[in-house]
Design a protein around this ligand. Sequence first.
Ligand code: COA
Length: 372
Amino acid sequence: MFSPAITGTGVFVPPETITNDELVVAFNAHADLFNAENAAAIAAGELAAKEHSSSEFILKASGIESRYVMDKSGVLDPARMYPRLRQRSDDEPGIMAEMALDACEKALAQAGRRGEEIDLVICAASNMERAYPAIAIEIQKLLGAGGFAFDMNVACSSATFGIQTAADMIRTGSVRRALVVNPEITSGHLEWRDRDCHFIFGDVATATVIERREEASQGFEVLSSRCATQFSNHIRNNNGFLRRTRPDGLADRRDMQFMQEGRRVFKEVLPLVVAHIEAHLAEVGTDAAHLRRLWLHQANKTMNDFIGRKVLGREPEPGEQPNILQEFANTSSAGSIIAFDRFSDDFAPGDKGLICSFGAGYSVGSVLVEKF
Ligand code: COA
C-alpha cells in the first residue's frame, strides 16, 4: 500500500468578469423587456410580472460580489441571457478540455511533473460538454498522459469524490500519478433569467495532482477521505440526452437548467455537512482542534460561516475558513479547490486541514490532509 498525496493544484481563471451591478442592470432590462412583451397576459393575471433584482440583496444573501465567465456578452444581452460559446468542431479541443488543460499545466508545474508522468485523469464536474468520448480522455491526450481517463459527475462534490477515487487507486498501486480536474462552465446551465438564482454561479477550472507520498518531496498527504450521498430533489437539473431544444439552442423548459429550493437546501445540507465532518474526524481519532484550516465548498457565505462555527465550536479566526466566493461566486465542484490553492502556502510540515464540498445529490465529500 502507498500513501496518496496532493502535490500540486492549479486554477484556470476565465477572461471576463461580471460584477453584481452589471448583472443586475442586464437582469432588470430583461425583466422590463419580458414585462412589456407580456403586458396583456400580465394585465389579465395569466402571467406574473418579473420583479427587479438588486445588488444589495445579492451581496447580503450570498456574499458574492463578482464572477468570472467564459462569455460575458451573451449573458448580459437582455434579449438572450445565455453565454455565446462557439460550438467546437469535432477536430478542435472542446471548451472544457481547453480550460482543464490550463489548470492541469499549473498543477503539474507546482508538482514538478510532466503530463507524460500522469497515468490517470478524472474529469469531475457538474455538467459535461458532451456524452462521449469522455472529456477526461481528451484531456489525457492533450497532456500526453498515459494510463486511462474517465468522467464523473457528483455535482458540487465532484472534486472531493474524484480525489477519493484517485487517492484510493494510488493507495492500492493500480495507478501512480493522477490528475483530478474540474472544468465548470456553470454559465451554461445557470438560468440567468431567474431572479432567485441568476447571481449564484461563475465559471472556472481547477486541477489537482495526486501521487505517491513516497515519491514526492513536498505536498499534502491525504490522510483519509469520506464521501456520502442522500437523495434530494431540491437541487436539480433535468437536462439529459432526452432533452428537446429550441432552434436557438436554448433549453425550452425551465427545468433543463439549474433549479433549487435555496431555503430548503440551506436547512437540509448544513446539518448533513456538520455531522459528516464530525463523524469523519471522530472515525480517524482526531477533532477540529487539530485542524489549521477548513477549505469549504463555496456556495454561500452565511452557510460557510455557520459550518465553521459549528465544526470549530467557536467563531473561526481570520484565515481558518477562507472564502473565495466574493470573487468567483459558486463555481460548483471547483470552489473548495480554489480555496485550497489560494490559501495553503503558509502551512508548515505537520499542519492539518480539511477540504470539504457539498451540494446536489445531496452529496458531501471531505478530505483530511497533512502538510509535509
Ligand atoms: N433581488 C432582490 N430580491 C430577491 C432576489 C433578487 N435577486 N431574489 C430573491 N429575492 C427576494 C425574494 O423574492 C424574497 O422576497 P420575499 O421575502 O418578499 O418573499 C426575499 O428576497 C428572500 O428570498 P430567498 O430566496 O428566501 O433568499 P435567501 O436569503 O434564502 O437567499 C439564496 C437565497 C439562494 C442565496 C440562499 O437560499 C442560498 O444560498 N441557499 C443555498 C444555496 C446552495 O448552497 N445551493 C447549492 C448550489 S450547488
